[in-house]
Each structure stands twice: as structure tokens, then as C-alpha cells.
Write a protein that binds this ligand. Structure first.
Ligand SMILES: NC(=O)C1=CN([C@@H]2O[C@H](COP(=O)(O)OP(=O)(O)OC[C@H]3O[C@@H](n4cnc5c(N)ncnc54)[C@H](OP(=O)(O)O)[C@@H]3O)[C@@H](O)[C@H]2O)C=CC1
Ligand SMILES: O=C(CO)COP(=O)(O)O
Length: 336
């Protein structure tokens, strides 16, 4: 297979390295000429994956048309705020045979649209589309540690094709056909990871962490039900799996944002220090937009939103969550 990976940050580089190691002809596209030259000739992405040696066979370019030339598969791995523009840029160069998958997590900023809705609009209804998601820190994938994720598509043969390219000795790629549920899980876990980060930053203990993860999963399931996603998707790699990883693993940038806020740092300083994309900052807005539109109450996500907007302190957010009325754990059917 000839694979074009668009986006040369930590995740795009890690996935491109994985695919190249699996023996596929792989070209990574990035916008920073110096970084791209270092990947292509120096075999390193010094900014995003320092110290990790990339495979000799991986090519990198800033020329989008060249990256897409004769590609069988396009994998988009830019931050969600750059997703629509990247699709518009790739569309004229996409070979007719190439389906488009993405590993970005989030929504279109400002509209709350899912990335699969944006992709269908920009590329047209006939192009096979797939979302790649699940618990997967780029650094661990790049150094070859065992990982499992999932590929969801409305076109089963395309999900199989993407999974086959990713699957290998240290990487299990599962498949499914619930793009909405898979995207919702990947986006929402970033917001919920901020909440557990805040609690851990405030040293509230392991009980608080487990409570937030579990009630956070409940929030995912409630919004998912209102939107028509399937609950089992959220109980799998795309939901629970990624929520646990991101809420507990210090490699997570979203968790690290929460830790910093919980310790009293400002959001601006924390994001600057992290120095990579922190999707929750925009995703919290879009999750709350969706929740309000569909009349779903999401107290944890709402508290994260309020803290990120400076409307309350982490301490006030916690007090608000603890002061909520006592209620049944599952007031309505989530799995019906
Ligand atoms: N890192 C991870 O472990 C995982 C990340 N993801 C998701 O993957 C997506 C990408 O994140 P990740 O690689 O981690 O982010 P990073 O912060 O590591 O890198 C971001 C990359 O995107 C590039 N970029 C930013 N804006 C644009 C733009 N407008 N057009 C083209 N390229 C752009 C940056 O280029 P430049 O350096 O020039 O600014 C950089 O190469 C996110 O949605 C994230 O949630 C999903 C699973 C795991
Ligand atoms: O999505 C991820 C792991 O699956 C990466 O999480 P962060 O964006 O919080 O680093």
C-alpha cells in the first residue's frame, strides 16, 4: 500500500513510523520545512518525538501534492481545528482510489460538527471515510510498545483496509461501524481528563479520581444516547479505554493541563509549557454546545468548561459537583 500521513506532530509521526515499519510505502506531510527535512534525512522528529529513531524507509515532505501522489490511503492527523482546512487542501490532489481516514480527536470549532460530518461535506458522499481512535500515546507507539485501538467506518471494507495497514506485531487494530460513538468518545475523554487532572493536582485522592472517571463515562454514555451512538462503542477502546488512559497517564497533555490548573497555574501558562496541542480547550466548548442543543446535563464537563473559561476556580468547580442533589446512579436506561 502507498500511504500518505498528513500532520507531522507527535501522533502523525508515530503512526507514519508504525505504518512504514509494517512495510508500506509511507510519506509524511508536514508544514514546517526544517522539521520535515529533519524527519526525512535525520530520521528524527526532534520537537515532537525527541530521541526516537524513525525508520529509514519513512519519507517526509512539505509538498502536499507529492505526498498524495498515487496514494491508496490518506491518514489525516492534524489537530481538529485544522481538520477542515486540511481536507479542503487535500481534496484536489486525492487519487480517486484513496479513502480518507483520520486520527484527530475533537469537533469542528464553532459548530460542534463531528469530523465525519465535515469530511463527508468537504470530500463528498462517495469517498470511504474512517476514524482511528483509542488509547494510544504517540510516544509509546513510536517506541513500539503494545497498543490496541479501533477503526470505525460506514464502509466495512475500508475499516478493514485501514486496520490491516495499522495492525502488526505490537499493534492491534479492531474495527467497528459506529463513527459517531467512536468520535464522541475520543473527543469527550479529553475534557474529562482535565477534571481528573484537576482533582489529582489538588491532591484529592484516588477515590475522587475513580469517581470522576466513572461518572465521566456516564456523561459520555448520556450524550451518546441523545445523539444516537451505540453504547458498546463507549464501553470499548474508543470510550472507556481512552478515558482511563488519558485520565491516569501523565503523558496526556489534557491531564497535564488539569494537573497544572489544580495546582493553581493559569491556563495560558500551562498550555504554553505543554507546548503541544491540548484539544480539550476547544472541545469543552463544543461538548457543552452539543449538550445544550440536546438537553443533556453533563456536570463534570460543564465544570471543566467553567474552569477553562475562568468562570470558576477548580475549588469552586469541585464544591459545585459535591453539592449536587443525591440521585440514582442510573436514573434512565443507558443501554436500551
Ligand atoms: N499525541 C497523541 O498521543 C495522540 C494524539 N491524537 C490526536 O491527534 C491530533 C494531532 O495531535 P498531535 O500530533 O498529538 O499534536 P502535536 O501537538 O504533537 O502536533 C501538532 C501538529 O499539527 C501541526 N499543525 C497545527 N496546525 C496545523 C495546520 N493548521 N495545518 C497543518 N498542520 C498543523 C503542527 O505543525 P507545527 O509544528 O508546524 O505547528 C504539528 O505538526 C489531535 O487531534 C490529537 O488529539 C490522538 C491520539 C494520540
Ligand atoms: O489521545 C490521546 C491518547 O489516546 C492523547 O491524549 P492527550 O491529547 O491528552 O495527550
Amino acid at each position: 500500500m502507498r500511504v500518505a500521513v498528513l500532520g507531522a506532530g507527535s501522533w502523525g509521526t508515530a503512526l507514519a513510523a508504525l505504518i512504514a515499519r509494517h512495510g508500506h510505502h509511507t510519506v509524511l506531510w508536514g508544514r514546517d520545512a526544517a522539521a520535515v527535512a529533519m524527519i526525512d534525512q535525520g530520521r528524527q522528529n526532534t520537537r515532537y518525538l525527541p530521541g526516537i529513531v524513525l525508520p529509514d524507509t519513512l519519507r517526509a515532505t512539505t509538498d502536499l501534492a507529492a505526498a498524495l501522489h498515487d496514494a491508496d490511503l490518506v491518514l489525516v492527523v492534524v489537530p481538529s481545528h485544522a481538520f477542515a482546512d486540511t481536507l479542503r487542501a487535500l481534496a484536489p490532489h486525492r487519487p480517486a482510489k484513496a479513502g480518507v481516514a483520520w486520527a484527530s480527536k475533537g469537533f469542528e470549532p464553532g459548530s460542534g460538527r463531528f469530523l465525519h460530518e465535515v469530511a463527508a461535506e468537504v470530500l463528498g458522499a462517495d469517498v470511504p471515510l474512517a476514524v482511528v481512535t483509542g488509547p494510544s500515546f504517540a510516544k509509546e507507539v513510536a517506541i513500539g510498545l503494545p497498543t490496541a485501538l479501533t477503526v470505525h467506518s460506514d464502509t466495512p471494507a475500508f475499516a478493514q483496509c485501514v486496520a490491516e495497514v495499522l495492525h502488526g506485531p505490537a499493534f492491534r487494530a479492531y474495527t467497528g461501524d459506529d463513527m459517531l460513538g467512536a468520535e464522541l468518545g475520543g473527543a469527550m475523554k479529553n475534557v474529562l481528563a482535565v477534571a481528573t487532572g484537576v482533582a489529582d493536582g489538588m491532591q484529592l485522592g484516588l477515590n475522587a479520581r475513580a469517581g470522576l472517571i466513572t461518572r465521566g463515562l456516564n456523561e459520555m454514555l448520556r450524550l451518546n444516547r441523545a445523539l444516537g451512538g451505540r453504547p458498546e462503542t463507549l464501553m470499548g477502546l474508543a470510550g472507556l479505554g481512552d478515558l482511563v488512559l488519558t485520565s491516569t497517564g501523565d503523558l496526556s497533555r489534557n491531564r497535564r493541563l488539569g494537573l497544572a490548573l489544580g495546582r493553581g497555574q493559569s491556563i495560558e501558562d500551562a498550555v504554553r509549557e505543554i507546548g503541544q496541542v491540548v484539544e480539550s480547550v476547544q472541545t469543552a466548548d463544543e461538548v457543552m454546545r452539543l449538550a445544550r442543543r440536546h438537553g443533556v446535563e453533563l456536570p463534570i464537563a460543564e465544570a471543566v468548561y467553567a474552569v477553562l473559561h475562568g468562570e470558576m476556580t477548580p475549588g469552586e468547580g469541585l464544591r459545585q459537583l459535591m453539592a449536587r442533589e443525591r440521585k440514582a446512579e442510573y436514573p434512565g436506561a443507558l443501554f436500551g
